[in-house]
Structures are given as structure tokens and as C-alpha cells.
Design a protein around this ligand. Structure first.
Ligand SMILES: O=P(O)(O)OC[C@H]1O[C@H](OP(=O)(O)OP(=O)(O)O)[C@H](O)[C@@H]1O
Ligand SMILES: NC(=O)CC[C@H](N)C(=O)O
Ligand SMILES: [Mg+2]
Length: 507
């Protein structure tokens, strides 16, 4: 899940955008990019790595202008290492547009073909975000009438994006000479919030993936961008908004509340921190009901994300809470690192056990989630090596049994530790003495308690129910084949794609 941010300020935007990326770094560690706009000139710098490594002083000095967009990347399409897929992307026509995207399109192939064959646009990377930008550019182009760019044209183009693109997208884009455009897919799967600084005139605005970016820059949280809505902030600092989809419904990704977002963020009216505390209570209630036979001496979190849930669980069970694992503050988030070898090595580098909290004790380890089992396998062994008598493992979220196709890198079911396994088999796989999972309905209820107006969540990685209603088994198999390095059968793709390949094969 990447992080996006856009700013329309009354002074240099480069520092706003950099500071915003620093508090969104947890959403993507593989690449970072900033584009600033100075009248109708863009200044772009992007590259692989953390924001603090990508931008040197001379790069920051080159980023001129009071407006712009920025992005931190965690790849779902394309390859992690290639800086060719770092964002924001740029197209020169119409007008000149840059774009940063959080999410994943589920019809990238078909779109790429129609862009190439019908819209005569060539996309040079494997990034779905570059495809998304070119769809937006084309939809603007066919509606535009010369240099006059009306709001109807802008919002009409976003409606065209909704009509063509499938999947999840939270976007900040900038149209050279006109202003900042931000929009969210009709299901609101990925978060997007608006902040304002109304202490100055004209007002300054931020649009970002999480409210923590608005807090950090000293702005005030105005509201979330609604599903299907687009907002446009022009050079006169006027904010315009319009609903650009006639079938929008708020179904945010529940994994944002489990793991992805920072606890100090508020997403669609739900405090991530409060949601995680409530997950801890709900899990404690399940332990009281179904695992009362376990003698638990101490509750230990797996830093960082699981700590609020673990603390509240311990309080609720009236069992001591201890920080038995110390996290190396210089190692990032392992789950979003590229490649299993790096993730496995990094878990060992990241966490270390304090023996006295384990020796001779029955410990209950609490994590927010178990996805590939990379963390839990290592952690259970560390606890045993530190002298634990019994090692019980609790997850504040249910078993992750299905691929995610909306912006979290969980493309193949066979890499998921819970795929095809019972809880007892998972316990054996990670080497613990008991495995306790959160129940899905309980988790949905405690998250929705933060905002009862939310009609439903995307819970697809837990239950295989893809909220957009258009994810097919063929697509899931296609994604797995591509991830496994195969060149999958084209039968699952559109006939147009087949024609193209026939032409290619015939030379
Ligand atoms: O079963 P796995 O595939 O290992 O994935 C789950 C683990 O990965 C994440 O931690 P991460 O180290 O990414 O970040 P954190 O420091 O925010 O907990 C998550 O919090 C779990 O601990
Ligand atoms: N995690 C994300 O949001 C990724 C954005 C986009 N799909 C990319 O691969 O760059
Ligand atoms: Mg973790």
C-alpha cells in the first residue's frame, strides 16, 4: 500500500511534501518521489529507497514551486527494485500531468491494450499506476477544448477513469498550469483525506493517504475524500469537488485498521488506535471463552503494530504485559519488504528477546496479523531459545487465506501460511503450543463501532469476498502465474489481447 500526498501552499511545497512523506514512510519503503509545480513547469525527483535516502539537499533545492504531489512506494505491480516504476509518473499531454497512486488496478492488461491500440498511448513500464495516469490523460484529452480546462472536463475525465478502471485507487495528481486533482475509487478501498490551513489567506490544502500527514504539517483535518469523489484545488486556492461515480459505496480495506495505517491516523471516521485496542479486547474475550484452560503468565507484543492490541488484551485478561521483544529502530517494516529472503533476514535483525521475560514462563505472543508466517516462525523460536516454557500465539486478525488484489502485496495463495491449513496445523507450522485467531465478524464489528455509517469493508484477504464484485478466479490465477514468473495463458484475457499476440506471433 503506497502513500500519496498533494499540497497547494502559499510558500515552498518541497518541505511540506518531504515532511509528509516522512510520516507516510510506513506505507512504502521501496521508492520515493516528489514533483513540485512552478506555474506550468514541473520539477521532479524520485528514486529507489526511503525518502531520507532519495532526497539530498541539492535535490530539495531543485524542487521549486508552492504546489505539488509526492509518493512512497510499496510495489504491487511491476518490480520492487526498478526505479522505473517509482512514482509520481508524468505524461506531457494533455497539459502535462503527474500522478501518484495507492492501490492496484485489476484490469491493467486490458487497459494497457486499449491505450495502445485505441488511444494510441504507449506505456513503457509494468506499473498499473502509469496505465492509470494514461487513462486519466486520455479521458481529459477527449473532453478538453483548447487551453480552457473547465471543471466539467476535469470531473468528466475522472468519471471516465471510473468507467474504465477496475480495482482500488487513491490518487493525487497535478495538471500543469491548472491545479491539484485527487480522487478515490467508487468503493473507497484505499484511504484519502483532505487537510486545510485556514489560518492564512488564501487557504492552503493537503490531500494525503492518512490524517497523520495532515497533523504533522500543522494542518487541520477537513474530511475524507468520499468514494467516487474527486476534489480539484486550483491556482486561486479554491477547492472544488464533485461525485464522479453514480454507484459509490464506502467499503474501506479493513487491513488498513489491522496493520497498514499508523495508529495515530483516523480513516473514514475510525481511529486506527481505538480499533486496535478494541481488537485486543475482542481477542481477550475469545480467550476467556475458548482458551480458559491455557495458563498464561505474560502477554508479549510483536513490535510495532500489535502493541495496542496486546496491551489491551493483557489488561482485559488481567495478565502482566511485557515488552519482551526489543525492536531495532533502524530496521523497517518487514512485511512490505521485497522478497522472502530479505523479509526473513530482516525479522531476525529487527527483533531480539529479553530472556528474563521468557525464562520458565508460559508466554502469549500477540501479533496484529499472520500473513506468510515469516515473523511468527522466527518469533516462536526466539521465545523458546529465550527459555519459555510454553509459547502461545494470538493474532488480532483472522487467518489470511486469500490473495489481496487491491494494493497489498499478497498475490499468491500458496505463500499464505493459513492457506489450506487449520488453526492446529498453523500452530504446528509456526511451532507454537496453541494458535488463537480473531473471529472475522468480531473484528468487523469492533472496527465499525468507530463509525457505524460504514456499510461494509473489503475483507477479501480473510474471506475471499472481493468487494468490487469483478475479481474472477481466472484473474487470481493469472496474477499468481505472473508472480511465479510464468507467462500465463491468454485465455483469461480479453480477445483484444489475443489478437495483439497473434499479430506479434505472425511477425
Ligand atoms: O506473517 P508475516 O508475513 O511475517 O506478516 C505479518 C507480520 O508483518 C508485519 O510486521 P512488520 O515487521 O511488517 O511491521 P511492524 O513493525 O509495523 O509490525 C505485521 O505486523 C506482522 O508482524
Ligand atoms: N501498494 C500500492 O499502492 C502500489 C501502487 C501501484 N500498484 C504500484 O505498484 O506502484
Ligand atoms: Mg509486525
Amino acid at each position: 500500500m503506497c502513500g500519496v500526498i498533494g499540497v497547494v501552499a502559499n510558500s515552498a511545497a518541497n518541505q511540506f511534501l518531504y515532511d509528509g512523506l516522512m510520516v507516510l514512510q510506513h506505507r512504502g519503503q521501496d521508492a520515493a518521489g516528489i514533483v513540485t509545480a512552478e506555474e506550468s513547469r514541473f520539477h521532479l525527483h524520485k528514486g529507489p529507497g526511503l525518502a531520507r535516502d532519495v532526497f539530498r539537499t541539492r535535490d530539495m533545492r531543485s524542487l521549486l514551486g508552492d504546489m505539488g504531489v509526492a509518493h512512497v512506494r510499496y510495489p504491487t505491480a511491476g518490480s520492487a527494485s526498478s526505479s522505473a516504476e517509482s512514482q509520481p509518473f508524468y505524461v506531457n499531454s494533455p497539459y502535462g500531468i503527474v500522478l501518484g497512486h495507492n492501490g492496484n488496478l485489476t484490469n491493467t492488461h486490458e487497459l494497457k491494450e486499449s491505450l495502445f491500440r485505441t488511444d494510441l498511448r504507449h506505456v513503457n513500464t509494468n506499473s498499473d499506476s502509469e496505465v492509470l495516469l494514461n487513462v486519466l490523460a486520455h479521458e481529459l484529452q477527449v473532453r478538453a477544448s483548447g487551453r480552457q480546462l473547465s471543471l466539467d472536463t476535469i470531473f468528466g475525465a475522472v468519471a471516465g477513469v471510473h468507467a474504465r478502471c477496475k480495482g482500488a485507487y487513491a490518487v493525487t495528481a497535478f495538471i500543469a498550469g491548472y491545479g491539484l486533482l485527487a480522487f478515490r475509487d467508487p468503493y473507497g478501498i484505499r484511504p484519502l483525506v483532505i487537510g486545510i490551513n485556514d489560518q492564512v489567506l488564501p487557504h492552503e490544502y493537503i490531500v494525503a493517504s492518512e490524517s497523520v500527514a495532515i497533523d504533522a504539517l500543522g494542518f487541520r483535518l477537513l474530511r475524507d475524500v468520499a468514494p467516487g469523489e474527486a476534489v480539484f484545488i486550483d491556482y486561486q486556492r479554491q477547492l472544488h469537488s464533485r461525485m464522479c461515480s453514480d454507484k459509490s459505496v464506502l467499503n474501506p480495506c479493513i487491513f488498513e485498521y489491522v496493520y497498514l495505517a499508523r495508529p495515530d491516523s483516523v480513516i473514514d471516521g475510525v481511529s486506527v488506535y481505538s480499533a486496535r485496542l478494541a481488537m485486543g479486547v475482542s481477542l481477550a474475550e475469545k480467550i476467556k471463552r475458548e482458551f480458559a484452560h491455557l495458563k498464561i503468565d505474560v502477554v508479549i507484543p510483536i513490535p510495532d503494530t500489535s502493541r495496542p492490541s496486546a496491551l489491551q488484551l493483557a489488561n482485559h485478561l488481567n495478565v502482566p504485559y511485557r515488552e519482551g521483544f526489543i525492536k531495532n529502530r533502524y530496521i523497517g517494516r518487514t512485511f512490505i519488504m521485497p522478497g522472502q529472503a530479505l523479509r526473513k533476514k530482516s525479522v531476525r535483525q529487527k527483533l531480539n528477546a529479553i530472556g528474563e521475560e521468557f525464562k520458565g514462563k508460559n508466554v502469549l505472543l500477540v501479533d496484529d496479523s499472520i500473513v506468510r508466517g515469516t515473523t511468527s516462525r522466527e518469533i516462536v523460536q526466539m521465545a523458546r531459545d529465550a527459555g519459555a516454557e510454553k509459547v502461545y500465539f494470538a493474532s488480532a486478525s483472522p487467518p489470511v487465506r486469500f490473495s489481496n488484489v487491491y494494493g497489498i502485496d499478497m498475490p499468491t495463495r500458496n505463500e499464505l501460511i493459513a492457506n489450506g491449513r487449520t488453526d492446529a496445523e498453523i500452530a504446528r507450522e509456526i511451532g507454537c503450543d496453541a494458535m488463537i485467531y480473531q473471529d472475522l465478524d468480531a473484528m468487523v464489528n469492533v472496527v465499525r463501532a468507530g463509525n457505524p455509517e460504514i456499510p461494509d469493508f473489503d475483507t477479501s484477504c480473510f474471506d475471499g469476498r472481493y468487494i468490487t464484485g469483478d475479481v474472477t478466479l481466472e484473474y487470481l490465477n493469472y496474477v499468481e502465474a505472473v508472480r511465479n514468473g510464468e507467462t500465463p495463458s491468454l485465455a483469461a484475457l480479453s480477445t483484444q489481447q489475443l489478437d495483439l499476440n497473434l499479430a506479434t506471433n505472425n511477425g
